[in-house]
Design a protein around this ligand. Sequence first.
Ligand code: HEM
Length: 500
Amino acid sequence: YPLPPGPQADLVLGHLRIFPSDNEGIVFHEWAQQYGDVVYVKVPGRSVIILDSVEAATDLMEKRSAIYSDRPVFTVLELVGFLPDLGFLPYGKRFQKHRRMMQSSLTQDACIPWRDAQTVYARQLANNLAGTSSGHESHMSWFTTALIVKVAYGFDIESKEDEYVQLAEKNEFILNNCGTPGGTMVDFFPFCKNCRWLLCLAHQIDPLQVQHFPSWFPGTHYANFARKWRWVIRRLYDMPYERVRQAIDNGDDTPSLVAHHIKKLDAQAEVTEDDIEDVKSIGAVAFAAGAETTASTLMVFLLAMTLHPEHQRRAQAEIDEVVGEDRLPEFEDRKSLPFVECLVQEVLRWHPVVPLGVPHRCMENNIYKGMLIPKGSLVIANAQGMALNENVYDKPTEFNPLRYFSAPEGAEEPFFQAVFGFGRRICPGRHLALASAWIAITTILAACYVSRAIDEDGKEIEVKIEFLNGLTSRPKPFPCRVVARSERKAQLLNSSAAPA
Ligand code: HEM
């Protein structure tokens, strides 16, 4: 069977020279427009399959999930210390154990008890934002960090100087700067640990050996970066776990993801080092995967509202009608706010914050629509490309929540399915994330107005639509201002927000 089509390759380097190092999702989508929704590229030592439609990703990653749920080795992420980490574990027993531990605590029903905390923190967030023309990113990070720390460890964050907030910011920095997962030179050129040759076939390849190469060696930039920041991730594993352990030993019964699993270990006859490391990892992964992604989503919302006062006004009119003047939104209002629901969904589609998902690995040679997907291929679900599919979304680059409405206002376009990934690796935190994003967005819209910032001459400052790219992606810093919509709303926020 032939390989899927793709751009012309060099004889030796394959597609290495044209493999994008920035805006990959857009470049991949351009390739897909030329070659079809399954594109093949080859870089030294690795076949890469790019899926550019929800249909292809569903056919392979969901319907054939038994062979499409593995992960490649993410050398840089392993070097920086994300191991064991559910997101990067290869498909197998330990993956299944972590998946069960994480998923059982984050089902739609299991997330309901967190709604009170989500509501209180969302009000605090709106209160912190009201009256600001800068620092929005750090307010969003505070909100998502405070929530994830509450869910994962049961603690309340006391201030922005709290060590968890500092760790979250460092983690965010690491994820934004460690290169495309599986796509750096360090990943492409695994060095054999025995003979130190590139792509040695005689010995077992252990790409982690690249850490022993001197820092001046070309292509080792990301390995050096990982070495430098490894202590942050180790601290993320150890510090909060030890605190929960101590709290339980002191008789504290506060519920949390980690407390739940520590208590399960306490009931076990025998506990190994690996068991403890698994529990540490569950908390660290929730923290690392949950805070940055949700904060990035809220920054996309803020950008969209700065650019589109018309959609903001409509959402506010809907909220005012349902919620009224004398209270703030609650989760019970959700089903009565269809436009707000579509606005949240459009935020997720307009700029997917994990633009390439997390690559899967195909475990067997496989035939799809007459094309060979070779065993070991890196399989990328290009969420950014799927969001731009003109066969599904009319004028896809436009931010338009009405596209999901039925005629005459919209064309009943489908909600975006690719934002949380596919199959057995689909994001286990999606119910929590969606609820957090919904309550934060609805509360901000209810109580605040977002607009363009004003310069010294009283003119509105232009906003450029630009994004930072890494494993996750968020808008580059942009000017905007947030004000309380009325004295009454400011009072409501003040009286119901928890102290930060
Ligand atoms: C808006 C927020 C979020 C977005 C857009 C998002 C998106 C994603 C995506 C695209 C994947 C890869 C799925 C795949 O491989 O097919 C993923 C995996 C994952 N997410 Fe999320 N996520 C979000 C929030 C969260 C939260 C709040 C948590 C935890 C509480 C979380 C935990 C995880 C974990 C553990 C994985 C790895 C799953 C695995 O490999 O089996 N995420 N997420």
